[in-house]
Design a protein. Structure first.
Length: 108
């Protein structure tokens, strides 16, 4: 049976001294480990998709040849890429703040 604690010392009437219950084993899969793995996969994939969207929008803008519909479509892609960039940066900083608040520096 595993206890989700760091370390507990119970000083009882035992002859052998205090009883020590250790925390989560090194190889135990916890919620923190799962979140860490998901975040470490999602952020690089999102950055690659962001780069592709920005390049695609720039390519469409260059090849629009003054057509207002194509220019508007290209500007929409570039705007979506910039908004995605801002959301990507914000999500990274929110995760870092939550890691700091909950003391999960070893997981991420």
């Amino acid at each position: 049976m595993f206890y989700l604690t760091q370390k507990i010392n119970i000083g009882g009437q035992d002859i052998q001294g205090p009883i020590e219950i250790s925390g989560v084993p090194e190889n135990q899969i916890t919620l923190g480990v799962i979140v860490s793995r998901i975040v470490s996969l999602i952020i690089p994939i999102a950055a690659i998709i962001l780069f592709i969207v920005l390049v695609w929008g720039g390519y469409d803008f260059m090849l629009s040849q003054g057509n207002p519909e194509k220019i508007k479509s290209a500007q929409g892609k570039i705007t979506a890429g910039i908004i995605g960039f801002v959301l990507l940066i914000l999500s990274y900083f929110i995760v870092r703040v939550l890691v700091y608040i909950f003391g999960l520096e070893g997981f991420i």
